[in-house]
Design a protein around this ligand. Sequence first.
Ligand code: NAP
Length: 283
Amino acid sequence: MSGKLINGKEIGNTIRQSIQQEVNALKEQGITPGLAVILVGDDPASHTYVSNKQKSCEQMGIYSELIKLSAEVTEETLLQHIEQLNTNPSIDGILVQLPLPKHIDEQKVIAAISPDKDVDGFHPISVGKMLLKQPTFLPCTPYGVMKLLEHANVDIAGKHAVVIGRSHIVGVPMGQLLLQKDATVTYCHSKTPDLKAITTQADILVVATGRAKMIGADHVKEGAVVIDVGMDRDENGKLCGDVDFDAVIEKVSAITPVPGGVGPMTITMLLFNTLQSAKKKLS
Ligand code: NAP
């Protein structure tokens, strides 16, 4: 069976077109959605992610504000910036680019963001509401994966979904969102003894490990749908995923590429969440 590509760039662009229309309509009513991004330190990958997010805001006509802080900034100063943004009426979404330097308590910083502006969906209140299926901001990467599955017409109900990875930003919420769509969900992680025995049972396999090309053809069931969240570098320094794409594509019914799969969806859902936050001003 030859695999069908799930094109995140294309699906992301379709969603962005409707976001754009809604942003334009909001602006006509005098509301410009605004996103503030706090970037701490000089990590090159973080700089790239932040500049992509800013560019995307610009393209959509969403106001964006970048607060760049040195790697030595104190936790107190960082919290003060968040406090100011929490009450700044031109800001609808606040994002602190992770990871933060070791001397800063990441959980404390996330908890300081107003849940009303938590467009990353990492605040404990957002996480709790997600688990309870209450309206809230959903974390952008798993939310983006759900949109990919929806646009690719993948049936989820009754399917066995296997998620490899249990981080708070990807793996754990990913499994919960699949569960809420009636999948039977299994989580795997680094302590899972026989990974292949589980992954070969997956109708839908989501891989979020950060281990370049660790999933080969032996790991997947014939006809499975494979979603590769990984953003890794191969032995030549080229961007690749956690899945060995060339080895797997012939065996599966659908697969996301890296780049051009999950990545564009993460930013798209961030724009979507920022728009939803701004729309609350209408009521
Ligand atoms: P993370 O916090 O490092 O979590 C990795 C998870 O994978 C952990 O739960 C770990 O298990 C598990 N794992 C590691 N090696 C494993 C192995 N050999 N077998 C089974 N499980 C294994 O990473 P993350 O933040 O979730 O990110 C995962 C990947 O997604 C990274 O490549 C990251 O760059 C990428 N990512 C992409 C996007 C995007 O927009 N495309 C967004 C976010 C992240 P333990 O819990 O037991 O350690």
